[in-house]
Design a binder for this molecule. Structure first.
Ligand code: BTN
Length: 264
């Protein structure tokens, strides 16, 4: 840690605002139900941080609950400045940003499970929820919600809905200040969003090397309740996962991927 605090030290509005820089307007809540819900009111450039999030929302209508002080939970409101067809790339660039920040802060082996679960040693350390909201101006905005398990213990994990496939930076051996991590994730996110806006077609090339799903045998639980099994073959230009299934290649835009380990 570079800050003189422990991971569970209370967050400080002034410190977060300084790290974020003038392009972001940070508001810190000691306790909030869901930063994504609060951030939905915008405007672009707002960053809502909760020291303790009490009713966090996950992908596919799941809960995201973490003990007080154990996680970095925040949401940034952005106008991505790209055509609708490139919006599905937002979760991918956010995953790259979080993975980049965690790797540089900890040197842990970080990878992404498609589309945007951030894994350390193949266990999930961060969840990302990107939502499209109407915005009050010219067009829709994106709320980018990020929840990083910084200091949650194995016992605390067992008591949550995360289960054994989750981990935290402290479990993996890295004590990280939530304040410092906020600064590095937001800086990396700023950079990745600029890359998306400037050259959306190159995002997938940047994403591929981070993606631990490629080449794996996967079960993909699809929104209609069915499961697609096959080999994760590639990521297409729209950021979809192409799975080589029994009926040939299928491009998947949304779903919950499970990496299937071969029996040993
Ligand atoms: C997932 O299911 O993996 C996504 C979890 C996203 C959790 C973050 S925590 C900050 C933000 N606020 C929310 O309510 N959810 C996201």
């Amino acid at each position: 840690m570079t800050s003189l605090d422990s991971p569970r030290s209370p967050l400080d509005q002034a410190a977060l605002a300084t790290l974020a820089g003038s392009q972001w307007k940070v508001s810190l809540h000691e306790e909030a139900p869901s930063t994504n819900a609060l951030a939905a009111a915008g405007p672009a450039g707002a960053v809502v941080v909760a020291d303790h999030q009490t009713a966090g929302r996950g992908r596919l209508d799941r809960d995201w609950l973490t003990p007080a002080g154990s996680a970095l939970t925040f949401s940034a409101v952005v106008d991505p400045g790209v055509a609708d067809q490139h919006w599905p790339l937002l979760p991918l660039v956010t995953g790259i940003a979080v993975a980049t920040a965690i790797r540089s802060a900890t040197e842990l082996p970080v990878s992404l499970k498609w589309p945007n679960d951030v894994l350390v040693n193949d266990r999930k350390v961060c969840g990302i929820l990107v939502e499209r909201v109407p915005g009050s101006g010219a067009g829709p905005l994106a709320v980018i919600g990020i929840g990083i398990n910084v200091d949650i213990t194995e016992d605390e994990l067992a008591a949550t809905t995360f289960g054994s496939t989750a981990t935290s930076l402290s479990i993996e051996g890295s004590a990280v200040s939530r304040t410092d991590l906020f600064g590095s994730v937001l800086a990396a996110l700023t950079e990745e969003l600029a890359a998306l806006e400037g050259q959306p077609t190159t995002v997938v090339d940047s994403y591929r090397p981070w993606c631990g799903t490629l080449g794996q045998r996967v079960d993909v639980h699809l929104p209609d309740g069915s499961t697609l099994t096959g080999e994760a073959d590639s990521i297409d230009a729209e950021g979809r996962l192409v799975v080589q299934g029994p009926q040939g290649p299928v491009a998947v835009g949304a779903g919950d991927v499970v990496h299937v380990r071969p029996a040993v």
